[in-house]
Ligand binder design. Sequence first.
Ligand SMILES: NC(=O)c1ccc[n+]([C@@H]2O[C@H](COP(=O)([O-])OP(=O)(O)OC[C@H]3O[C@@H](n4cnc5c(N)ncnc54)[C@H](OP(=O)(O)O)[C@@H]3O)[C@@H](O)[C@H]2O)c1
Length: 380
Amino acid sequence: MERRKISILGSTGSIGTQALEVIEKLQDKFEIIALSAGKNIELLKTQIQKFKPKYVCIGDETFKEKTLYGAKVLYGADGLNTICSDKENDIILVAVSGKIGLKPTLTAIENGIDIALANKETLVMAGDIVMHKAKEKGVKIIPVDSEHCAIHQCIKNREDVDKLIITASGGPFLRKSIQDMQSATVEQALSHPRWNMGKKITIDSATLMNKGLEVIEAHHLFAMNYENIEVVIHPQSIVHSAIEYKDGSIIAQLGIPSMHIPIQYAICYPQRFEGIKSKSFSFSDIAHLDFEKPDYKKFPTLELAYNAGKTGGSSTVCLNAANEEAVLAFLDGKIKLFDIYKITSQIFEKHIKTAYPSIDEIFEIDKETRIKTQELIRNY
Ligand SMILES: NC(=O)c1ccc[n+]([C@@H]2O[C@H](COP(=O)([O-])OP(=O)(O)OC[C@H]3O[C@@H](n4cnc5c(N)ncnc54)[C@H](OP(=O)(O)O)[C@@H]3O)[C@@H](O)[C@H]2O)c1
């Protein structure tokens, strides 16, 4: 069997490094075309020596080398686009964080290259455009997020599915009071009980905004109405998500929490290999599994995300940009954890929706929203 040719955007991040661990295990199945880093050039150097990509892309354009250990060096957003225009790729794993993921994803789709999608912002900002283009070009978008990966594994015929049930661990503040959340330190908010992830997504998991963004992603990936997407708190993170068929049957995907498994599923799809095998999971060893409704008072960002999704158009662009700026301000110690919601909702309430924004309009709205949010943060 020919090896599958893959590029990884964001190879130095949490998803990117775990993807390389999967590929190391499945060396005879993959050939790496390109890797990309933002600023972590030291880690990228190690990855080049080990995986020998044809070229790499570096976000930090102050670095001036033309080659690194035999790999050609590209830079910035243009470099990511060049990688995604290379039709030698069979699949591209988009694992950069933030809006930088959107344009290269569209370029890859335009070039008929399948996508393993970790980058949430792509669908939250431009889900309609991305899914429409992928359909037009016959490109597969395989989700990497564990919840969407679970749903992808459960669905046989989309037409037969009535409802999606997305599980959430509840994050570090599930059993804490609103007062505890108000006085939470950055360190407390970053100590997620189940998942080890990048900082932005970890803070979003603490406020449940991450679950809200996942609801928006699920709406686009599986063409499901928001009314038929339910979020359920499940602290053990064993049930990764479920679907309900029209006859009431519920199918769920279960396993010990590990991002290696959904990453491996996405980059190998439609095949399955042992690769990095999940730890064995025994029903009889697990005493019980808990499920409960989310507390919308404690986690108001979840409702805000539902509202943005239902409002549609540019609303989710605004939500994403305002939230990201607020999260960065929290990480910088400028605001409190609960202010993330207050700031995001204030910006969101004033947003005048564009019903069908183009990609250029999306980036313009993203930019304007960030400026307004930064202004608001300065006055906090
Ligand atoms: N981590 C998870 O378990 C998880 C699960 C589901 C979905 N996701 C989604 O996957 C994406 C990545 O998450 P993550 O947790 O892996 O994030 P992360 O650990 O922060 O990694 C982000 C990656 O993007 C690169 N990057 C950041 N800004 C860049 C820029 N301006 N130009 C080029 N590269 C840039 C980083 O490079 P440097 O580090 O070299 O600067 C790094 O390789 C996010 O959208 C997240 O929501 C993550």
